[in-house]
Ligand binder design. Structure first.
Ligand SMILES: Nc1c(NC[C@H](O)[C@H](O)[C@H](O)CO)[nH]c(=O)[nH]c1=O
Ligand SMILES: CC(=O)[C@@H](O)COP(=O)(O)O
Length: 140
């Protein structure tokens, strides 16, 4: 049994509720424990994971969020930089699944957040579990 931290950027409550539910179900199915930590936005997720890793409390992390394109370039920053930060931590050896949706509109997000449809929250949790298992194989 491993301990995971779900770090959610709660920008859209209805979508986050579904993404987090999918992630929780995947972690429970695999027999792991988890906590949920809420941050302001997707840009805060990589730094939060880095901070949490200093505690040594968690074996893996699931990043959850929704970034919906608006009128400005900010979408590219939020979507791109949150993904870049998570990838940098992953390449550094951390077990992180990225469940941050980067979409054009709410409808696209709903299909991907819904556990009964594309279940991207559950998919991200399964990726974090897979990376944790690989860490156990190669490092522990
Ligand atoms: N527009 C969205 C944001 N923007 C906020 C940033 O993530 C960040 O919190 C802010 O720039 C302060 O550092 N965040 C999302 O998660 N989703 C969005 O659609
Ligand atoms: C992804 C975003 O930052 C977006 O929600 C912000 O909208 P806007 O670009 O219209 O300020």
């Amino acid at each position: 049994m491993a301990s995971f931290l779900i770090v959610e950027a709660r920008f859209y409550d209805d979508l986050n509720d579904q993404l987090v539910a999918g992630a929780k179900a995947a972690l429970e199915q695999a027999g792991h424990t988890f906590e949920v930590l809420t941050v302001p936005g997707a840009l805060e997720i990589p730094g939060t994971i880095a901070l949490a890793s200093e505690s040594g409390q968690y074996d893996g992390y699931v990043a959850i969020g929704v970034v919906i394109r608006g009128e400005t370039y900010h979408f590219e920053i939020v979507a791109g930089e949150s993904a870049r930060g998570i990838m940098a931590l992953t390449i550094d050896g951390m077990a992180i699944g990225n469940g941050i949706l980067t979409v054009e509109n709410h409808d696209q997000a709903e299909v991907r957040a819904n556990p009964d449809k594309k279940n991207k929250g559950g998919e991200a949790a399964e990726a974090a579990i897979a990376l944790h298992d690989l860490r156990q194989r190669f490092i522990a």
